[in-house]
Design a protein. Sequence first.
Length: 161
Amino acid sequence: MDKKTAADIMAMWNVFPQSNAKDLKAALSTYRQQLETDGISDRAAQEACKNFQAGTVEGQGFTFAPSMPEFMREARRIQDVLPLRDVKRIAAPIEPYRSTGPAPFQIKQQQALDRFAGRAVLHKNVSFDEFKSLSKAGELPVGATWSAALGTIYAKENSHA
């Protein structure tokens, strides 16, 4: 444990109105030994101290300084996520994406037109709620299909309206 970690632990103890530690040197030595035994980095211990000082540790009491098991649990939690934080991120593209072809919605519309080619058009510019209402009212023939990409209701295949 480096001097900054020791200072952070002392500062954490000082923030709470009542502290469990009677002999601060012995307590600090015990923390140091436990951190080393568990392989907890100084960075994880320092972040755990800051979290306790800020009152952001889940289930934390605000009257007493955290016990060693409470502190170690938070330090271990942080130690587990540190490698994930240090993973290099993919750099943002330098130039924004610009498609030279049709927009994705236009592609979907063309696919729908191809799919329903040859079917009779029953209604145009119809929302899904309108399609459900027409269907429930029996105003559409059996097999009628609504295309979300086009907002169009088509008759059953091989039938004409």
